[in-house]
Write a protein that binds this ligand. Structure first.
Ligand SMILES: [Zn+2]
Length: 342
């Protein structure tokens, strides 16, 4: 099959569109012909190399996959050839205490497509039957690939970690990113008020179209001062964050008493300074979040199938143009998901 692989870590130039061995499925696995694969920032981190993850080389990234079932192993009962499916991006053992509690991403053997196993930058991918989910409603393959990772991440952050309640004020940092556009919509679904930030006015307009009540252009305005103004100095109940160091002070300052800051990433750097006096004095919480569970994904997909939550697609590239697609993601000049078509 054709695939985009890298043989060593580095910049976008290490991505090679080339022939790779066809995946061979086990008796309890499903072979999926990939129709669309969405990019995530994770793909770029993995390409550049992350110390704690030793990737098999050459490696195929890509966690958000939709496609058609091409072949099923003899033990498969629920899925058949020709089914239109998407893959739950998280892979966990399904047998441990964490898995049974629905805390899939806390499973000791947790991984993702494109992390320790091959992902979707390829014509075919093999998957466990447990990960194969029918595409809900009348979604096309592009829309289906644009959903899983960002929506399950945002859902887990807002409900499971930050315990979001109807009517609360939420500051969504980087509303133009995949998780940001998912968070904005999920907040509106439960009647929260969204204050969205982005670095360009055209992105803020799109955030408003998705339901953002107030917007802040962080390239021209101070996030903390604007939040103060928009909340009559009270601050927000929840800060939804994935940028890290560059916005930390603004985010922490924007929290109300009893406010919760939830974060799933540090694209601008992981080290920050914390004033513990303010932390305990104002009874704030700082919460880390990583991915979400298959059960949370199924909950999100119900709303997606009803089109009460919608995937947002920026653009699509052919598989051979994976390098250009990743360069677009690095440029930050996009809103919503960037897709590859094998
Ligand atoms: Zn497990």
């Amino acid at each position: 099959m054709k695939a985009v692989r890298f043989h060593e870590h580095g910049g976008p130039e290490v991505l090679r569109y080339e022939d790779a061995p066809d995946p061979k499925i086990l008796a309890n696995e499903v072979l999926v012909k990939v129709k669309a694969c969405a990019l995530n920032h994770l793909d770029l981190w993995l390409r550049m190399g992350v110390r704690r993850w030793q990737l098999p080389m050459p490696h195929i990234v890509g966690a958000d996959i939709s496609g058609e079932v091409a072949e099923v192993g003899p033990l498969i009962t629920r899925v058949k050839v020709g089914d239109r499916v998407l893959l739950s991006p998280g892979i966990s053992c399904g047998q441990c205490e964490q898995c049974f509690q629905g805390l899939d991403s806390a499973c000791r053997s947790y991984t993702l497509y494109g992390l320790l196993v091959d992902g979707g930058y390829a014509e075919y991918v093999r998957a466990a039957e447990m990960n194969v989910i029918p595409i809900p409603g009348d979604l096309d393959f592009d829309e289906a690939a644009a959903v899983p990772l960002v929506f399950v991440t945002a859902w887990h952050m807002l409900f499971t970690r930050a315990a979001l309640k109807p009517g609360e004020d939420v500051l969504v940092i980087g509303a133009g990113s995949g998780v940001g556009m998912a968070a904005t919509q999920i907040c509106k679904l439960v009647g929260a008020r969204v204050i969205a930030t982005a670095g360009a006015d055209w992105k803020l307009e799109k955030a408003r179209e998705l339901g953002a009540d107030e917007v802040i252009n962080h390239s021209k305005q101070s996030i903390a001062e604007e939040v103060k103004r928009l909340t009559a100095k009270r601050g927000v109940d929840v800060v939804f964050e994935h940028v890290g160091a560059a916005v930390w002070e603004d985010c922490f300052e924007s929290l109300a008493t009893y406010g919760r800051l939830v974060t799933c990433g540090t694209t601008s750097g992981p080290e920050v300074k914390l004033n513990m006096q303010v932390l305990y004095g104002r009874q704030r919480s700082i919460l880390g979040s990583f991915m979400g569970s298959k059960s949370e994904l199924l909950a999100v997909l119900k709303f997606i199938g009803q089109r009460r939550l919608k995937p947002v697609i920026d653009s699509a590239f052919s598989l051979a143009e994976a390098r250009a697609a990743q360069e677009k993601m690095e440029s930050r000049n996009f809103f919503g998901k960037i897709l590859l078509h094998p």
